[in-house]
Write a protein that binds this ligand. Structure first.
Ligand SMILES: Cc1cc2nc3c(=O)[nH]c(=O)nc-3n(C[C@H](O)[C@H](O)[C@H](O)COP(=O)(O)OP(=O)(O)OC[C@H]3O[C@@H](n4cnc5c(N)ncnc54)[C@H](O)[C@@H]3O)c2cc1C
Length: 428
């Protein structure tokens, strides 16, 4: 079959890899100049490795993506970096049952209660029974008001903003269930990993069109795709089938002929964008070696601080210290329109609280934004997950809003790509 794949993120790449192994004729259209999608990387002149525009790691139980790395013989590094929270102006490591039981900011009874609830979620395999319950309500009742207010409410609010009280417990369950103390990372960066996959797909006969945006999908006897290349040249091509890996609202945009009812359903699924201000520093920011710092402060202008070089060695980045200042925000949030200097000005007082001298150490900074990064998972989401098959014959939707009960991630993108390839192969 001649198959078009729209998007060279990990869903598209994994589907293309599977389909070309089965000798299908695959063409991948990607509007960016590089593969990797949300996990795409960039490289500075003196660096040996590329770096993701948005912080990325794998859990050691991310079997689909780790299995793919193994299959294409791509080396993966596993470390046990430190995860901490910033609470009442101090940093506390909080990444093991022992840390929870000795956590000094809450009473011993509250610690036991919190450990019990986290243990229940981690070892309970039945997520379905949790999806009708809201996370905030459950945490408040199960862990107690004090623990909820101190630790969880600020994190939920910082992450989901106005949606903080709408999130299903099955989402929180997935976060607790999947977290592993050790984390993995592709040697050389996610861009190298994606490029190696592209090379394998090309070797299997797959074609890539980078800097090429799919502008319209039509469904006649075959699937017709209209696309625009970097030189503003327009083209059309017919395929037997197409896989669209874009967020649902982009699919609606490029397929205006879809039935109104279907479009309405897709558009009712909500999501948040992401913004990361990346600081390249001469000196370490989190001097206690924390890699991931969740901010438990409602007044914080940032949700999390991720010091990548407290996970991967700074020698790969010309000895620079790399820090991400991350937020999930709706695309109409004022931060999304700001420049890196305007944002740094807003973040500055908060950053100074953590490390008063950080500013002297800045080599450079970069700002990365994306309109869709984090699906909002309301209660009973299993009834809302869009199917792979769409009203257009032989056009399949495979995006991160369909990996429920898991949260977004490259592991699930790879799994999704594998699933959709299998579905197409069976239906052939
Ligand atoms: C801040 C942040 C942190 C994250 N942290 C992690 C992490 O630690 N670990 C992890 O595993 N995952 C993480 N993720 C999630 C992960 O990156 C995504 O879930 C995953 O990459 C989604 O892959 P995808 O292929 O489904 O979609 P995408 O990566 O969104 O790929 C879609 C592709 O389609 C392209 N495209 C869009 N429109 C068009 C068009 N009209 N024509 C052609 N191409 C088009 C886009 O450029 C993109 O390349 C994070 C994401 C963000 C934003």
């Amino acid at each position: 079959m001649k198959i078009a794949i729209i998007g060279a993120g990990f869903t598209g790449l994994s589907a293309a890899f599977e389909l070309t192994k089965k000798k299908h004729k695959v063409s991948v259209f990607e509007k960016d100049n590089n593969p990797g999608g949300l996990a795409v990387g960039f490289e500075e002149k003196k660096w040996n490795w590329s770096l993701e525009k948005h912080y990325h790691h794998w859990f050691t139980n991310d079997h689909n993506v780790l299995g793919l790395a193994k299959e294409i013989k791509f080396d993966v590094i596993t470390e046990r970096p430190k995860t901490s929270i910033f609470l009442d102006n101090s940093i506390y490591q909080l990444d093991s049952p022992m840390n929870v039981l000795t956590f000094p900011r809450i009473s011993f009874f509250d610690r036991l209660r919190m450990a019990g609830v986290l243990g229940f979620l981690r070892y309970n395999p039945y997520w379905k029974m949790l999806e009708g319950i809201k996370t905030d309500r459950f945490l408040r009742e199960a862990m107690g008001e004090n623990v909820y207010k101190k630790i969880w409410e600020p994190q939920l609010k910082n992450k989901f903003g106005n949606y903080a009280n709408d999130i299903a417990l099955s989402w929180f369950w997935a976060r607790i269930k999947k977290r592993t103390p050790a984390l993995s990372y592709p040697q050389g960066g996610f861009l190298q990993f994606a490029e190696t996959l592209v090379a394998k797909i090309k070797k299997n006969g797959g074609k890539f069109y980078f800097n090429t945006e799919a502008k319209e999908i039509k469904n006649n006897t075959r699937v017709n795709i209209k696309y625009k290349m970097i030189n503003d040249q327009w083209s059309y091509e017919d395929f037997d089938a197409a896989i669209v890996t874009l967020p649902s609202f982009f699919f609606v945009k490029i397929a205006p002929g879809l039935p109104e009812n279907y479009k309405k359903k897709l558009l009712s699924l909500k999501g948040l964008g992401a913004i990361n201000l990346l600081l390249r520093l001469k000196k370490k920011f989190l001097t206690d070696d924390t890699y991931w710092l969740s901010i438990c402060d409602r007044n914080s202008p940032i949700m999390a601080m991720v010091e990548h070089t407290n996970f991967m060695d700074k020698k790969f980045y010309n000895n620079e210290h790399i820090v991400y200042l991350g937020n999930y925000l709706s695309f109409d949030h004022p931060y999304m329109k700001m420049t890196k200097d305007e944002l740094l000005k807003i973040y500055h007082p908060f950053l100074k609280k953590i490390n008063p001298n950080y500013q002297l150490s800045i080599i450079n900074s970069h700002l990365f934004k994306t309109p869709f990064a984090q699906p909002i998972i309301p209660i009973n989401y299993s009834k809302k997950v869009p199917p792979f098959e769409t009203p257009f014959k032989n056009v399949y939707l495979a995006n991160i809003q369909q990996v429920y009960p898991w949260d977004r991630g490259t592991n699930y993108a790879v799994e999704l790509g594998q699933k959709i390839a299998k579905l197409i192969t069976i239906k052939q």
